[in-house]
Ligand binder design. Structure first.
Ligand code: CP
Length: 310
């Protein structure tokens, strides 16, 4: 992975190797020593988990993290994203972790510098590869395999970069993916991965119920005025009553932040079938594995090679 930007570049073998490496880090395998490598995290959209988790992963790997605050950067003076990345490369940044509201922003940056790698921390409604990989790790930890697992992805499909990345990879790994939520959000692009199933029919059959946040900040004024949290929860949310129809072995996942009592009854977020905070915990180890794979591909820090070979 000379850059890690999309689910499309991850083969099923890559996914399994990254899961194995992340699980080894979680089990206590130390990060190999290396020469200095410099990382900057550029978040042009707000984030709690992804930003903090990447920084934690970078520090656990022994990278030097150089702060970057978009609000106090020269982007506010009109400097382009491309010039910003070119500047960071000139200064000596090796890895730029970027979140940006524009879909596929990274395509215009792939040729900026041979000495700077990009890791996509989320582009608009496009891709969220690190969330995808930590989701795979969490499912793998729980079930050991993906083949034949029934996975329901429910909620704001139209704005979800998580759904785009996860549906693609989970299908390739042999899981049976199904979708639910407001039907108008089930766009034709999802039909290649699986069917739309009404929520009451979906919930009792799935092994994993993956709920998506309603992204109110991306709604226009009319959509915001028409939206009712209570009626969404009653129609498309998982209530305590509906959750009782789940298989006892089934789990809830959610990329978070969660709109409690909208996508999922608040008590279920912290309940025994929730893996939402496990996902966040796993994200640190998975991001270590992803950053390490990029460093190896670029020969940054002369890291000793392991099984990943790109
Ligand atoms: N899941 C996720 O991307 O959360 P943040 O927006 O807080 O990073």
């Amino acid at each position: 992975f000379t850059n890690f930007v999309s689910a499309h570049q991850v083969s099923t073998n890559d996914a399994q190797a990254l899961i194995d490496r992340a699980e080894a880090f979680k089990a206590g395998t130390p990060a190999p020593a290396h020469q200095p490598v410099y990382a900057a995290n550029l978040f042009f959209e707000n984030s709690t988990r992804t930003h903090t988790s990447f920084e934690m992963a970078e520090r656990k790997l022994g990278l030097t993290v150089i702060p970057f605050d978009p609000g106090h950067s020269s982007v506010t003076k009109g400097e382009t994203l491309r010039d910003t990345i070119k500047t960071l490369a000139a200064i000596g940044i090796n890895i730029a972790v970027i979140r940006h509201p524009e879909d596929t922003y990274y395509e215009q940056l792939l040729d900026v510098s041979p000495t700077l790698a990009m890791v996509n921390a989320g582009d608009g409604a496009g891709q969220h590869p690190s969330q995808m990989m930590l989701d795979l790790m969490t499912i793998h930890e729980e079930f050991g395999d993906f083949t034949g697992l029934k996975i329901g992805i429910v909620g704001d499909l139209s704005h979800s970069r998580v759904a785009h990345s996860d549906a693609d990879m989970l299908t390739r790994l042999g899981a049976q993916v199904m979708f639910s939520g407001p039907k108008q959000w089930f766009s034709p692009e999802y039909q290649q991965f699986g069917p739309y199933v009404p929520l009451q029919e979906l919930v009792p059959q799935v092994d994993v119920l993956m709920l998506l946040r309603v992204q109110l900040e991306r709604f226009n004024n009319n959509e915001n005025a028409a939206f009712s949290k209570e009626s969404y929860h009653a129609q498309y949310g998982v209530t305590e009553q509906l959750a009782q129809t789940m298989k006892p072995s089934a789990i809830f996942m959610h990329p978070a932040p969660v709109n409690r009592d909208v996508e999922l009854a608040s008590v279920l977020v912290d309940g025994p079938q929730s893996r939402i905070f496990t996902q966040m915990h796993n994200g640190v180890f998975m991001r270590m594995a992803m950053l390490e794979a990029v460093m190896q591909a670029r020969h940054f820090g002369a890291v000793p090679a392991h099984s990943l070979n790109h």
